[in-house]
Design a protein around this ligand. Structure first.
Ligand code: NBP
Length: 478
């Protein structure tokens, strides 16, 4: 065992333990620590042989075990626990030591903690880590934010332990302050949209096309051979193929239809509302989970609220192809919106985000890893992107999918099957591609009831009509 460890990890629940193992297996010496020392003991017992690990029981012991400048990865529950760990460790550290929060912290907290730690002479990084427990162990996607020179000191470790795609690590410096956790938040928001779109495709195949669960599982397996190839499509096939280990039939029919959430999707939508960025797919996904949570109410409503009489479509094969195209087109919209949101945040915060690099580091390790991200990376490599929907590759893909997309939504509406993310994605597409749109009426109404004024298409300036008086138009900014 080396005298002092090169890096420390505190918080040895599933993510921290696996990240520490990943670092240790890659040859760095790691001091490990957990609030409850029995977890540290268990870690050393179970995995001590995998690398050069030093188990420590108190914070003082932990800090003393680390070579300077100390580098400490914090993998505890997001929120107050992170502040508690910082409050305990900061007084024990020396100027220039680096604290790295690898949990799912909310980016404004990361911004605040960066300032607090820097005011104490410490350096702070907020890094988004995606990939769940397997990713943490075998190679996650890592989104580091904070001081660039502090990042440079841990870059060799982070890029080595990250997933690698075609020899490129799924880890790159994102930007200052809370930028890393911001990008991780949007990643999670996109994950919500992806999961919702897949769930809607499943519902359409089952409730509209009348396929069995086994047939749907095989369809997803086939889709995973093409443009939709992704981790989420792959595991959808597996989850649907799973038989109930306790009885007859597919397991999916025994899983309670109430989705839970930890809040990152909601944060993404809240931020979009705050910034005024249309983020309909992710937001519908958050609301769909909220609606699913009303299980008792839904059960009662199912007995009383009217819906259409279900009929089976004549051409199941065609409907399946349509659903595949609708899923792809809706997914393009969800990603286009997420990337628009990151672009807006980058402008507002002077983060100078390299959005092509974000697509690059999401290609492996993380939950939304997909073939699709290569196309997004190519789009950014090719030059300035106003909106991914207008990039020739996606523009053409959506153009050829749009008829199918519309047919699927019509079928869903006729059959009374809710597909909010498919529908809102199409509404965004149609809203985005239409010029002029109908919002002149909104301005007209606002001017009528609140004298909020409007601008004209054919002249400079702001105008108001004296509606209740003489109906004359007056210029208000002259
Ligand atoms: P949890 O989020 O379940 O947190 C458990 C850890 O937090 C334990 O080590 C626990 O110590 C520690 N902790 C708590 Br709770 N309160 C503390 C306090 N006041 N002071 C010190 N330590 C405290 O662990 P996880 O699932 O491994 O996730 C860790 C982070 O990674 C979270 O931010 C999570 O959102 C994020 N993340 C998780 C996943 C995933 O798939 N699970 C994926 C990506 C990111 P104890 O043992 O003493 O109770």
């Amino acid at each position: 065992m080396s005298e002092q460890s090169q890096i420390g990890v505190t918080g040895l629940a599933v993510m921290g333990a696996n990240l520490a193992r990943n670092i240790g297996r890659n040859g760095w010496s790691v001091a490990v620590h957990n609030r409850s020392p029995e977890k540290t003991r268990r870690f050393i017992e179970d995995y001590g042989g995998e690398g050069d690990f030093t188990g420590t029981e108190t914070s003082a012991e932990f800090v003393a075990a680390l070579a300077r400048p100390r580098k400490i990865i914090i993998m505890v529950k997001a929120g107050a626990p992170v502040d508690a760990v910082l409050a305990e460790l900061a007084p024990l550290l020396d100027e220039g030591d680096i604290l790295i929060d690898g949990g799912n912290s909310h980016f404004p907290d990361t911004r605040r903690r960066t300032e607090e730690m820097e005011a104490r002479g410490l350096r702070f990084l907020g890094i988004g880590v995606s990939g769940g427990e397997e990713g943490a162990l075998l190679g996650p996607s890592i989104m580091p934010g904070g001081s660039r020179e502090a990042y440079a000191e841990v870059e060799p470790i982070l890029t080595k332990i990250a997933a690698q795609v075609e020899g490129i690590p799924c880890c790159t410096y994102v930007g200052p302050g809370g930028a890393g956790h911001y990008v991780k938040m949007v990643h999670n928001g996109i994950e919500y949209a992806d999961i919702q779109l897949i769930t809607e495709a499943y519902d359409l195949m089952r409730s509209v096309a009348g396929l069995s669960v086994g047939e749907i599982a095989r369809t997803f397996e086939q889709w995973n051979e093409g443009e939709l190839e992704s981790f989420l499509i792959e595991i959808t096939a597996k989850v649907l193929a799973k038989q109930d280990p306790r009885g007859e039939g597919p397991l999916i029919d025994k899983i309670v239809d109430q989705a839970e959430q930890k809040g990152t999707g909601r944060w993404t939508s809240e931020d979009a509302l705050e910034q005024g960025v249309p983020l309909t797919a992710i937001t519908e996904a958050v609301f769909a989970r909220a609606l699913s949570a009303l299980r008792d109410e839904r059960a009662a409503a199912a007995r009383t609220l009217a819906g259409p009489e279900p009929t089976r479509p004549a051409e199941r094969r065609e409907l399946l192809d349509d659903i595949q195209h609708a899923l792809y087109a809706s997914k393009v919209v969800a990603y286009a919106q997420g990337f628009q949101q990151m672009a807006a945040a980058s402008r507002a915060n002077d983060w100078d985000l390299d959005l092509g690099a974000m697509a690059t580091i999401w290609r492996g390790g993380c939950i939304i890893r997909a073939r699709f991200l290569d196309r997004i990376k190519d789009a950014y490599d090719a030059g300035e992107v106003t909106n991914l929907l207008t990039v020739p590759y996606f523009r053409d893909a959506v153009a050829s999918a749009q008829e199918a997309w519309r047919r699927v939504i019509v079928a869903a509406v006729e059959q009374g099957v809710a597909v909010p993310a498919f529908t809102s994605s199409l509404a965004y597409y149609d809203g985005y591609r239409r010029a002029p749109g109908p919002a002149g009426l909104i301005q007209g109404l606002r001017d009528y009831f609140g004298a909020h004024t409007y601008r004209r298409t054919d002249a400079e300036g702001s105008y108001h009509v004296r509606w209740p008086q003489d109906g004359e138009e007056v210029r208000t900014d002259a």
